[in-house]
Design a protein around this ligand. Structure first.
Ligand code: SF4
Length: 229
């Protein structure tokens, strides 16, 4: 398993924001979002070319690292795009479940979860990318991949919002994929506290008008845009 980092922090985004969590961040992503705050999982920061900066960890090595953070039992599998590795992840998810962990997976929604993944995971934080990511729509929206998340009834759908123009795309995706409105979160784009706070004040008002949940980015507000947080 190519692993970028394993660390203890608080979940910064989504419905479990504020929960002390062990983060397992896998390497590689299948998208290249312009505002990605974890480019170190897919790009060499010095050369701006595809990177290979990861630790190849076995199942046992990864379990050992995770268990070092006892008594935390909330695990966030993130990336990059963790579901690129879901075939080799299955035994890890199974072991974590047997050890009593609550498992969240953060994904861009372009890879359908396997039945095994759905069985072991407690909560999917699906973040389909919209045009502000500057990724081609054929790559970022995969019509065969989003419906299994909706059907699983374990998914929350979080959209990164920069401005008013982004909101119509969210509405389009909700109706196209029958995403339950009450499972939608809007999160401001921003990798520094002043930008985030300004956009948060604006976006909270939109959420109240339209009946969406608001997602903070606590880790950016608390620690800045740093690895290991
Ligand atoms: S999908 Fe996530 S990890 Fe991948 S490039 Fe976009 S923001 Fe970064």
């Amino acid at each position: 398993m190519p692993v970028s980092e394993v660390f203890l922090s608080v979940q910064g985004e989504g419905v479990h924001a504020g929960t002390p969590s062990i983060f397992v961040r896998t390497y590689y992503c299948n998208l290249t979002c312009t505002w990605c705050d974890t480019k170190f999982t897919w790009m060499d920061q010095n050369t701006s070319k595809p990177g290979i900066n990861y630790d190849p960890l076995t199942h046992d090595q990864l379990m050992k690292k995770v268990l070092e953070y006892h008594p935390c039992k909330h695990l966030v599998l993130t990336g990059g795009e963790p579901l690129l590795h879901q075939r080799v992840l299955a035994p890890l998810l199974s072991s974590l479940k047997r050890s009593g962990f609550f498992i969240e997976v953060e994904t861009n929604g372009t890879i359908a979860p396997s039945p095994e993944t759905i069985e072991y995971v407690d909560c999917f934080n699906v973040s389909p990318k919209i045009a502000n990511s500057l990724v081609d729509e054929r790559l970022r929206i995969r019509p065969e991949s989003l419906p299994p998340f909706v059907k699983s009834e374990k998914a929350w759908f979080k959209f990164v919002i920069c401005n008013d123009e982004d909101l119509s795309q969210v509405e389009d995706l909700i109706s196209r994929f029958a995403i339950p409105r009450e499972r939608v979160l809007l999160m401001p784009e921003g990798i520094d506290a002043p930008t985030l706070l300004e956009r948060s004040r604006w976006l909270v008002g939109i959420c109240m008008q339209k009946g969406f949940r608001f997602s903070p980015r606590l880790h950016i507000l608390l620690f800045g845009n740093k690895k290991g947080t």
